[in-house]
Write a protein that binds this ligand. Structure first.
Ligand code: FES
Ligand code: FES
Length: 409
């Protein structure tokens, strides 16, 4: 149990809670503040949105203990808030709600739009509100209600506040989390970017942060693939960490490995979300067992997401001559806005497809190397678009379902 002290709707609250309790459960079950709704509990639908230190936050993926000393404002705490009152009236007028399940989260996000954005277009509002889903209204009334409130306030000479009165930056509860429950210390993106690769000391200091925790991955799995090349060639190829990284869609290194540490980045795209994780990794390699590990940490500044991950690999003789089997052990933890994707049951399927692209790229590079490395470098698939992968997967599922239906007849 952990002692939590926070301020909820202007009142100090202390409670003994389990570290795993998320903020929404804490508010609903311990404080009876049931205005915060829970829909997906995966950080996707936005129904649970409330304010942590003035910043709209999904309370279903925020641990209560991470909000130590933070100021929480739920929809109940916005009862007398001027913008909220105007939004409530506009939502009613414009039929911005039907069942009302999404409405508390909608209002909290809409309030942030009204507060921060000077003259948002309909498109701007739709983008800004795209993290809040509504199953009933079709959004037209919601968007119109927000437009009206913005227009009325600007007409009354009330200007937007560009940063929305936020006094703190960073993830929810940043700067307040109790010792021992703060996110693992990660390398700052700007720091990682600007660290000169040839500066072995800086790279070493950054990589040292990878070793000083008892970190265990939240998600892990094992994949095996086979390539039609001799084991020596494959093992030799794996020694070139830059070449291996270039086979992974979206990954690249910022330079050569220095004392087993490398700086690099991974770009991913999930629907409208693009993230660029900048970070550092420790690389080890054991000739005797033909195995190695890459342990890394990175941060995406825009989505405020962080990741730590490890890749273990073992290169073995395949079943046929000139065939190599590679066992991959993959483990990672994602925190921040993108954490929702690490909780999905689809993640292993997505990873399987990334590995398929990795193997395709690896094959192309191995063929090139087997031919003496002369001629044009092979074209490889360079970007990881998880959205496109998920769409392909959805199509596969539909095809499988149809196949199953027709087989039954
Ligand atoms: S319940 Fe939190 S985002 Fe859906
Ligand atoms: S009003 Fe029903 S989900 Fe939005």
């Amino acid at each position: 149990m952990n002692m939590l002290s926070i301020n909820v709707n202007g009142k100090s609250v202390s409670a003994d809670i389990q570290p795993r309790t998320h903020l929404a459960d804490f508010l609903r079950e311990k404080l009876n503040l049931t205005g915060t709704h829970l829909g997906c509990e995966h950080g996707v639908c936005g129904a649970c949105t409330l304010l942590v230190d003035g910043v709209p936050t999904r309370s279903c993926i925020t641990f209560a203990v991470a909000c130590q000393q933070a100021e929480i404002t739920t929809i109940e705490g916005l009862d007398e808030d001027e913008i909220t009152r105007e939004l409530r009236a506009a939502f009613t007028r414009e039929h911005g709600l039907q069942c009302g399940y999404c409405t508390p989260g909608m209002i909290v996000s809409a309030r942030d739009v009204v507060l921060r954005m000077d003259a948002p277009t309909e498109h701007d509002i739709r983008i800004a509100m795209s993290g809040n889903l509504c199953r009933c209204t079709g959004y037209v009334g919601i968007v119109r209600a927000i437009q009206q409130v913005v227009r009325d306030r600007r007409a009354r000479g009330i200007a937007a506040i560009p940063n929305g009165n936020r006094t703190r930056l960073g993830p929810s509860g940043a700067g307040h989390a109790a010792a021992g429950i703060a996110p693992a210390k990660l390398v700052d993106a700007a720091q990682a970017k600007s660290a000169p690769v040839e500066n072995a000391q800086a790279a070493h200091a950054a990589a040292a942060s990878l070793k000083d925790t008892d970190w265990k991955p939240q998600t892990s799995f094992i994949e095996t693939f086979t390539v039609a090349h001799p084991v020596d060639l494959v093992w030799d190829f794996f020694a070139n960490i830059g070449a291996v990284a270039s086979c992974l869609p979206g990954a690249s290194l910022a330079g050569e490995s220095v004392d087993g540490h490398v700086n690099g980045q991974v770009k991913i795209k999930v629907g409208p979300i693009s993230a660029e994780f900048q970070g550092v990794a420790d690389v080890t390699r054991h000739d005797a067992t033909r195995s190695g590990t890459i342990v890394g940490a990175g941060k995406d500044k825009r989505s405020n997401s962080s990741t730590r991950g490890l890749i273990g690999y073992a290169v073995k003789q395949g079943d046929a001559p000139n065939q190599t089997k590679v066992d991959l052990t993959i483990g990672f933890t994602l925190t921040g806005a993108l954490a929702q994707f690490s909780r999905s049951g689809l993640i292993q399927d997505v990873a399987g497809r990334i590995i398929a692209v990795f193997v395709q790229n690896l094959e192309a590079k191995l063929v090139h190397r087997a031919e003496g490395g002369t001629g044009v470098e092979p074209a490889i698939v360079g970007e990881f678009d998880a959205g496109a992968l998920m769409r392909t997967m959805a199509l596969d599922y539909v095809k499988r379902a149809f196949g199953w239906l027709f087989r039954r007849k």
